[in-house]
Write a new protein. Structure first.
Length: 153
């Protein structure tokens, strides 16, 4: 409790609205329920390791090939892995800052479930395999587009 809580001037019209919002936000307790943005972060945390595995498998296949442009493909694949790894690192830091922990994974017939704890609240996120494939495909296209953009210029 601050010294201003009992002061009636704190409630007066002289107080700017943004200062009132700041004061009120200090006394709000964050809810344990994840926001939609945090659910997106959890989904990304689940998808990025799958993407990294796919790219690593592709890189292993390239290393054993005798393709003429092998070095170019390996270099581009390494850049792609670095971008995914960087995003995974940043996402891990942000999740830990927001006190969100991903616990384990359950495989169903068509759905992959992930248990996570968000500020003490336990929840389960289910992702359909086809949706995972589509999301990974879109993500890969975005990463590849980011790599190719400077090359086209």
């Amino acid at each position: 409790m601050s010294k201003l809580d009992g002061n009636e001037r704190w409630q007066s019209k002289m107080l700017l609205p943004e200062h009132q919002e700041q004061y009120d936000s200090r006394h709000e307790k964050p809810s344990g329920h994840p926001s939609p943005d945090e659910l997106t972060m959890v989904r990304d945390y689940v998808l990025l390791p799958y993407m990294m595995t796919m790219v690593q498998k592709c890189m292993d296949e390239l290393q054993h090939s005798s393709h003429l442009l092998k070095r170019l493909y390996l270099g581009a694949t390494q850049v792609l892995m670095n971008k995914i790894n960087k995003d995974m690192y940043e996402l891990r830091r942000e999740l830990s800052r927001r006190k969100i922990k991903i616990l384990d994974e359950e495989m169903g017939d068509l759905v992959v479930y992930h248990h996570f704890v968000c500020r003490g609240y336990q929840e389960r996120l289910g992702i359909v395999r086809e949706v995972m494939r589509a999301e990974i495909s879109m993500r890969m296209a975005k990463y590849i587009g980011d790599i190719l953009r400077p090359m086209k210029e």
